[in-house]
Design a protein. Structure first.
Length: 80
């Protein structure tokens, strides 16, 4: 896919997930973080060969979501 559409696709995907959670009345923050991390990884895979200049930024966004998921999963398991 054309990497120029990555930000639009990422915002649309997270917006759809967030809207569905709001409509369904799901207010669990950990689930929101988990679903957004999954969306970030899937969108990054769909757009994968990124140009050299934008690769660190996109990887940073995905790693931020994954880091939050790890933090909350450790918290769920009683580590934090």
């Amino acid at each position: 896919m054309e990497y120029k559409y990555y930000p639009v696709t990422f915002i649309m995907a997270t917006g759809i997930i967030d809207s569905l959670m709001l409509i369904l009345g799901i207010r669990d923050f950990r689930l929101l973080i988990l679903l957004n991390a999954i969306i970030a990884v899937l969108v990054e895979i769909a757009f994968f060969p990124f140009p050299q200049k934008s690769r660190p930024i996109i990887n940073g966004i995905t790693l931020l979501w994954i880091g939050l998921v790890v933090y909350y999963m450790i918290g769920i398991l009683g580590g934090i």
